[in-house]
Design a binder for this molecule. Sequence first.
Ligand code: C2O
Ligand code: CU
Length: 420
Amino acid sequence: TVSRTAGVVAAAALVAGTGLAAQPGSADVVPHLHEAGVAAGVGEPTKRFTLVAGTTATGWAFNGQVPGPELTATVGDVLEVTLRNTDIERGVTLHWHGYDVPNSQDGVPGITQAPVLPGAEFVYRFRADQAGTYWYHTHAVSDVGVRKGLYGVLVVRTVPVTGVDVTIPVHTLGGRTLPEPRTERIAAGQPVRLRLVNTDNTTHRYALTGTPFLVAAIDGSDLAGPAPLTGTAVLIPAGGRYDLVFTAPATPVALLVDGRAIWSTGAVTTATGKWPVLDPLGYGRPAPVPWSRHDREFTLVLDRGLDLKGLLPRYAHTVNGAADPDTGVQVARLGETVKFTVVNRSTVVHPWHLHGHHVLVLSRNGQPATGSPLWLDSFDVRPGEVWEVAFVAGNPGMWANHCHNLPHVEAGMTLHLMVR
Ligand code: C2O
Ligand code: CU
C-alpha cells in the first residue's frame, strides 16, 4: 500500500520538474497528479467489488439497485472492481467520475476499452490515492445508461469514519427525483458530513437549514479555511460533488434540494426560497496560485449550430464550430502546464468535465478566483460566461473532455485531450 504522504511527495516532485513552485504547507490544495504508468503495477487488490449490470422493471441497475452499491475505500487501498453485463445490449463500462485513474481504467468506450457486451466482463484495478467523494457511471451510450440508473457513489477516506457520514446522490429517474425523503435521528454534538453528488444532467440547488455548516470539499478536494455559512444555498453542477460538514444541534436540520426536503434529522419548516447562493470562487482562504507560467493554451468555444454531415441535418452542440466526431484532439506533453479557456456563446448551461485531471480555476468572466484554490472536475459554464482554468498534464493517455449534460454529448459536444 502507498500512503497519502508518498502521493504528495510524488506530486511535489512533478511540480518541481515543470517550472511550478511547490507550496510549503499547502498539502490540502496539492493537485491530483499521477506517477506515470501506475496501471502496470498497482499490486494486490485490498478491496474487491463485483458490479453486475442488468435491466430492471424501471430502468437499468448495478446489482439490482439504483443507485448501484456505494463503493468505499481507504487511501492506499487497491480497488479491483469486476464489471459483468448480463443483458444490456448496447454495452456497459465504468467511468470513475473525478477519480484520476490511469487511462486504461477510465472506462470510455472507443478510447480506453470496448464496451462490455452481454455475457462479458471487465476488471478495473486502480489505487485509491485521492480521498474524497466521487461517483461511477457507465460511459457507454451514457445519456441513456446513466439516466436509466447505471451509476453509484465512490467514497475514499483517509481515516475510519468518526461521527455521521452520509452520501446523497441526487438523480432523476422516470420523472421522479431520487432519493426518497428520509429522516435520520442524530445525537446533538455529533460531527456530520453530508456528501452531495449530482448525477443528473442539470444543476441542482441545495440548502441546509437549521445549522451553520462548512463546505469542506468540492469535487473531492478539501478547501482551505472554509468559513461557516448560514442561510446560504449551493449550486452543484451536473457531475459535481460538495461535502457539507456541521455539528448536529439539538434541533432538527434538513437538506433541501430544489426546495424539497430529502434528508432531515426531524421535522423542519424553514423557508429557503430567497437564500443567496454561495460563489465558490470567493470562498475559503486564498493561497498563491502555483503556476508561474503555462506551457500551452487552448480555447473551447461552446455554441449551437446546424450539422449537415449526417443523413439528416440536425442541431448540434458544438465546440469550436464542430460537433463530434469532428471536434478533434488537443495534445499536451506529459508534465506541461495547460491553460484552457471555456467560452459559452450558447443560451444554455454546459457543465464542463475533463477526464483524468483536475483543473484549477483561475478566473470567471475576467474576475480572478479569490478564495481557496478550487480544483474541479465539473463546472457550470453559463450562457455568456468565460472560464479560465489550468491543469498539469500529469496523466498520460487519451482523455475525454466534454459537457456533462449527457444528451449534449450525443449532440456533438465532446472532444479529446491527448497527454503524451
Ligand atoms: Cu462523468 Cu465522461 O463523464
Ligand atoms: Cu452542454
